[in-house]
Structure formats: C-alpha cells, structure tokens
Write a new protein. Sequence first.
Length: 321
Amino acid sequence: MPFAADVAALVTPPHALVAPAQQTVWTTVTVRSGDTLWDLALKHRTSTEAIVTKNRLARGGAVIHVGQKLLVPTSGAAQPASGTSATTAKPGTAPPKKPTAAPRVHVVRSGDTMSGIAARYRTSLGTLLAANQLRASSYIFVGQRITIPGPGVVAKPAPTAKPVPKPASTPPSTTRAASVAASKAKLAAMSVPSRIETADLIRSIATRHGVDPKLAQAIGWLESGWHQRAVSSTNAVGVMQIMPITGTWASQLAGRKLDLYDVRDNITAGVLVLRALQNMAESKDQAIAAYYQGLYSVRTRGLFTDTKAYVASIKGIYARL
C-alpha cells in the first residue's frame, strides 16, 4: 500500500475469528452509532458470517442500523449443543481424541481471487491470507495450492477435476502495468479536490469514524501527498493508497461497496482499515507499522527496516500537523 516505497501491504484479520464448532451461548446487543458487523465480530470473537447466519440478516448483513437488536456470542465458554449430552470421562481414562481432519486444499484456476476463494469456502479473507502466509497484495497463479482453514462448508460443490492448465502467457508484471495504466487514466479523467480540501475531508471522515484525524492525515500525506490521482507501481490508488483487494476488506468494514476512485470512499477505506488495525494492534506504533507492512507480518516477522522508517516518518509528520 505505501506509495513512497511502492510496497502494497495490509493486515490479516486475526484467525481467531473462526466461529467455534460447538454451540455457543448467544446474547442480545443493540447496534450503536458507528458499529459495523466487523466491529461486533472482533469484539465478540466470532465471524461476520456467524452473526449474519444467526440473525438471518438480509443481503448478507450489508446494512445494519442504530437500535437494531442482534444476537452475538457471549465471551464465556461454548456450551454443548442442545439435545446432546456431554460425555463424562471415567476416572483415570483419557477423553477420546477427536479425529483430525486433513486440511482442505483449493487449486487456483483461471479467474480465481483470494476474496472469491474465501467466499466459496465460507471463511474470511483475512483468515485465508493468514493460513497461507500471504499478504493482501500477494498475487496468486493458476495451479497454486491454497490451504483452506477450519471446518467451514463449501458453498458450492467443486467442479469435476480437470488437468491444471499452464500459467497464462501474459506475465504478471505486464498485467499489473496494464492495471496501473488503467487506474491512472481513470483518475486523470475525474475531478479531484485540492490538497487543502483533501486534508479537510480526511479530518471530517476520520472524526466521524472515531479515528485520530491527525494520524489519518499523516498517513495520507506520506502515502500520496494528499493527491487522489496517485497510483503506485502495485496499483495502490488514491489518497490512502488502497489496493483493490484491500478495498474488498474495507467495503466489508463499511457495510457497503466502496469506490476507491472516489476520493471520499478512498479516504473512508483507509480510515476504516486504520481503525481496525488500532483495535487489533498492541500499540499505536504497531498499528502504523501494520498499515505499511501488514499486521500478520509485523507480528510474526517484526518490523522491517523500511517499516521502522515509515513509522518514524508518520510520527514526524503527525508532530508537525
């Protein structure tokens, strides 16, 4: 995602969000201003899919409203499913071991995307990325084997196995260059606000979503110089330098489809991602680093040298705003 270093990185939402296999005790909460399904899932350690299914939300829960009553899991331990009795092990006898299911594997076919694979297997994009140690900006190729985490159910039956075709003749670098050129052309034809107007938009949108406006402005300045027409070599676009796959996650956070070429939606995407990172990260510095490098990578590999420089630059800009 970073414009300055042309490195596109984003977060992988915590893989602890997969719904437990046992029946969970549910409780009722009231939706408050600013709440999204993603926020509720994070808070109650479950998935957005579980909340949508339990509450039978229309349109996949795309819209929830203030005052709405929703069932969410309690923080207590899961209870045995109704109609079944808990097995009590005899003294001195080890409880029976559950059979370990072999991990499922999806072989990438032409036209597949990570978000599409996640939807097919009813898991979250972040969980899928984490299970395969990929970033949101990672490219996948025909024939690649993707590990599917958890016991989720396949939404559609897999088609009859066919011989894996050879990789497309067009190199990824050529495809990426074409995407970058298309993004630049599209933004060049659009009307965009001035830097001062963009700074005001960042402040307004960040305040609305409970994010420190100065921090959002600092990130926007380092990423693009507050220019909506900025496009990186990895096709990160706009003020907040959002990759297309990151836009998919940001749209889930927003509860609606975000248009990354629209300056307000682009800023909204960056602000919502930053808010999610701050909720998941252990510190403000870690959240800033995760915006650049990806939270999963930060947690498992530490901060890269360029990430440390990125964090220091953001903090320097923040102090001058």
